[in-house]
Design a protein around this ligand. Structure first.
Ligand SMILES: C[S@@+](CC[C@H](N)C(=O)[O-])C[C@H]1O[C@@H](n2cnc3c(N)ncnc32)[C@H](O)[C@@H]1O
Length: 218
């Protein structure tokens, strides 16, 4: 199935058809949105043991999961709404048993039993906390997006998370005076009681990326 760019624009990021068309057009090359594993590694290693059963939501054709296996991770279930990209990735990684691929919409995770995973990665935000995490009692998540939008979602009733926020510059960011962060990127940002950035908090890179580590409170 081929689609023109105007046809593709008629669909949205939540549509399987949109993503199928996109991957058919240019899916053979891998592409990692926002950040690659090298930048995320300190956070991943801090919170996720290599023995963890990991669910990678909306895996696309990123090399993140492959890089994690090279770093010692042994069990990564990758799901994506696009059957096209799942087929491509299954073929590409047929020789790596630590990586499994399934076509699936994160909005319906009924295929998996509760507690099937120890950690869920949602790298480009598919809104899975309420949808898959609270049902399945998975424990940690790394995702992106501004706190004013994300925190209310993460704090919805039924989501009993302890949220730890890190803010990192986008890859290649250079400020005019040289990148000189006021704190280590490994230092969590303390949020206000309502879950927002403190007043006067300065983002050196206005297009920073946000990493939310959400730990399930028992
Ligand atoms: C912006 S890309 C990110 C790909 C990859 N995670 C990365 O970081 O480079 C979003 C991916 O999510 C998939 N996707 C969109 N909606 C989804 C849904 N409801 N369930 C599962 N996957 C979805 C798309 O097919 C696409 O591959």
């Amino acid at each position: 199935m081929m689609m023109s760019s105007s046809q593709r624009q008629a669909y949205s990021y939540g549509d399987a058809l949109y993503w199928d068309a996109r991957y058919l057009a240019d899916g053979s090359a891998s592409f990692d949105w926002y950040q690659r594993y090298s930048a995320l590694r300190p956070f991943v290693r801090k919170y996720v043991p290599v023995s963890a059963r990991v669910l990678m939501v909306g895996c696309g054709n990123a090399v993140l999961s492959e890089d994690m296996v090279k770093d010692g991770y042994i069990d990564i279930m990758n799901i994506d709404i696009s059957s096209i990209v799942i087929e491509m990735m299954r073929t590409k990684y047929a020789h790596i048993p630590q990586l499994r691929y399934m076509q699936m919409d994160v909005r319906d995770m009924s295929f998996f039993d509760d507690e099937s995973f120890d950690c869920v990665f949602d790298k480009v935000w598919h809104g899975c906390p309420t949808q898959c995490l609270s049902d399945a009692r998975r424990s940690e998540q790394i995702t992106y997006g501004d706190p004013s939008v994300r925190i209310p979602h993460l704090n919805q009733p039924g989501c009993n998370w302890k949220i730890i926020l890190y803010i990192i510059p986008r890859p290649g960011f250079q400020s005019p005076g040289g990148y000189n962060p006021p704190r280590s990127i490994m230092e969590p940002v303390t949020l206000t009681e309502s879950g927002q950035l403190p007043a006067g908090f300065v983002l050196e890179d206005p297009d920073s990326h946000y990493i939310y580590v959400c730990k399930k409170m028992h």
